[in-house]
Design a protein around this ligand. Structure first.
Ligand code: NAD
Length: 517
């Protein structure tokens, strides 16, 4: 559908009736937004919602129904340049604002997210597919980054340092790094953006966000809330692209005026962007792919808790989080019992569209993801794994649905052992010794999250220290928390988000030496 009808200039509002009717004619069963002006088919540059210079757009589809949600501007490098220019022009004034003033802006943005939580969750479910309850959880998690970093903004302290040179005095000042390019994935359409934007603004940086082509509408709603929160124009810009993503990405990562790139996404794209960012020696942080080991030792205190932890870690967002358990290693003494209870739980799942009452799991993002998931299952089955539940596409629900699947009798030569599946498939690997499983766990090239269940305190310390990952969950399957540093090691990248460390990614240290004192 070519949206060629004349568009009113911002501020505009799609009347709720037209919006509801549009949904109706498209056959959607999406609850209309309470505030329909949060549905915006534009990009956001210098405080205004804009189209691409070329007028080109790309389509965004509902992963559950496959139907068109709307379109967004297909930006080029030239459009992106304007956004970078806006961020550059806004920087001198914004970096001079008091930390407490920036804190108040972030706090207002936080409150607006809370006030509009239902609409934001609706947008997330619509374009990402996750169940509405999960989308609501994401909105809370995402908003928390604004609250958290509003509290960090006024507390950016430097040091006074005893000099080793007689007569000198030394102090440090922490300063915003400058214009930041932030590139985020579709799996958390709100939280991946706020986890970067909140510390950047708290530090006094201005930003150009490249929102994901699959989920631009949540990002645009956040931009509208930023405007309402009184964030000055040019401080937050959002560029949108699908076909032109490489061009837009290159414009951001090679631009002289962008001093920091923070990227969340796959390791392969991260590798490319790192090369591009090298051309102008930018400060960078990379939150890349994972392949989390989840280990159950036979000295576990509570096997049901281990099952629940594995279910939560593996199947959240239909297996599409970077910290999802990918390889579940279970010691032989509890393997059969664990597998039986795990399979029972998976059989209770209700697969369906995210807005449908009572469903527990939604679609995956697109048919390429379905194909990847299915190829991992077929590869494992062809090498001897047993399909205990699931194992098939679910076309009666839609093209992007895959049955929650459990594979038993997994071995290390199977694709799932070394590649991130990013879908609703749990592979259960038996193991014998702690040494063996730690080696298996660490064999991955990536190291984002790892989990294990054990009741032995000495083993808990040993294994937590031995796992080559950035985050370890001990006797829990859920580790994401605004207060905890989030990030990986090895090819999962570097840099930390959230926590007291997250703001450092957007600051530089200036040393001031006073001579002749
Ligand atoms: P992706 O790498 O394909 O895309 C991520 C983002 O990069 C998207 O906005 C995409 O449009 C953009 N992009 C793609 N090619 C680009 C290019 N050439 N230049 C600039 N931008 C480009 O990843 P995805 O499929 O959207 O997300 C899933 C991946 O993200 C998984 O590997 C997952 O583990 C990872 N992830 C990591 C974390 C983390 O915190 N470590 C969090 C969420 C997701």
């Amino acid at each position: 559908r070519q949206l060629s009808r004349p568009r009113p200039r911002y501020p505009f509002k799609i009347p709720a009736t037209i919006y509801a009717q549009r949904l109706y004619t498209m056959g959607h069963t999406v609850p209309p937004l309470k505030d329909s002006s949060l549905f915006i088919e534009k990009a956001f540059v210098n405080g205004e919602f804009v189209t691409a210079q070329s007028g080109e757009t790309f389509e965004v589809h509902d992963p559950a129904s496959g139907k068109l949600i709307g379109t967004c501007p297909e930006f080029t490098a030239a459009d992106t340049e304007k956004a970078i220019q806006a961020a550059k022009e806004a920087l001198p004034e914004f970096r001079r604002t008091l930390g407490r003033e920036r804190a108040r802006m972030l706090r207002r943005w936080y409150q607006l997210m809370v006030d509009n939580a239902e609409d934001l969750a609706t947008l997330i479910t619509w374009e990402n597919g996750k169940p509405l309850a999960d989308a609501k959880g994401e909105v809370t998690y995402a908003a928390n980054f604004f609250e958290w970093f509003s509290e960090e903004a006024p507390r950016v302290y430097g040091d006074t340092i005893p000099s080793s040179v007689a007569g000198n005095r030394v102090m440090t000042i922490k300063e915003p790094v400058g214009v930041c390019g932030l590139i985020t994935p579709w799996n958390f359409p709100a939280a991946m953006i706020t986890r970067k934007v909140a510390p950047a603004l708290a530090a006094g940086c201005t930003v150009v966000v490249k929102s994901p082509g699959e989920t631009p509408f949540t990002a645009n709603a956040l931009a509208e809330l930023a405007r309402r929160a009184g964030i000055p124009k040019g401080v937050v810009n959002i560029v949108t692209a699908s076909k032109n993503v490489a061009e837009v990405g290159e414009a951001i990562t090679t631009h002289e005026d962008v001093r920091k790139v923070s990227f969340t996404g796959s390791t392969n794209v991260g590798r490319l962007l790192m090369k591009q960012a090298a051309s102008t020696i930018k400060k960078v942080s990379w939150e890349l792919g994972g392949n989390a080991p989840f280990i159950v030792f036979d000295d576990v205190d509570d096997l049901d808790a281990a099952v629940a932890g594995a279910i939560a870690s593996k199947f959240r967002s239909s297996g599409q989080t970077c910290v999802c358990a990918n390889r579940i290693y279970v010691q032989r003494g509890v393997y059969d019992e664990f597998a039986a209870r795990f399979v029972e739980k998976v059989k209770e799942f209700k697969l369906g569209a995210g807005f449908t009452e009572g469903i527990t799991h939604g679609p995956v993002i697109h048919s390429r993801a379905v194909d990847k998931v299915h190829s991992h299952v077929q590869d494992a089955a062809s090498k001897g794994a047993a399909v205990a539940v699931g194992g098939n596409k679910a076309p009666h629900l839609g093209a992007n649905f895959y049955e929650p699947t459990v594979l038993t009798g997994m071995t290390r030569d199977m694709q799932l052992a070394s590649e991130e599946t990013f879908g609703p498939v749990a592979g259960l690997f038996p193991f014998d010794t702690e040494k063996e499983v730690v080696e298996l766990a660490n064999a991955a090239e990536v190291g984002l999250a790892g989990y294990f269940f054990s009741g032995n305190i000495r083993r808990i310390f040993r294994v937590a220290e031995a796992l080559e990952v950035g985050m370890v969950g001990v006797n829990t399957g859920l580790i994401s928390d605004v207060a905890s540093p989030f990030g990986g090691v090895k090819q999962s990248g570097f840099g930390r988000e959230g926590s007291k460390y997250g703001i450092d990614e957007f600051l530089t240290i200036k040393t001031v030496t006073f001579g002749g004192m």
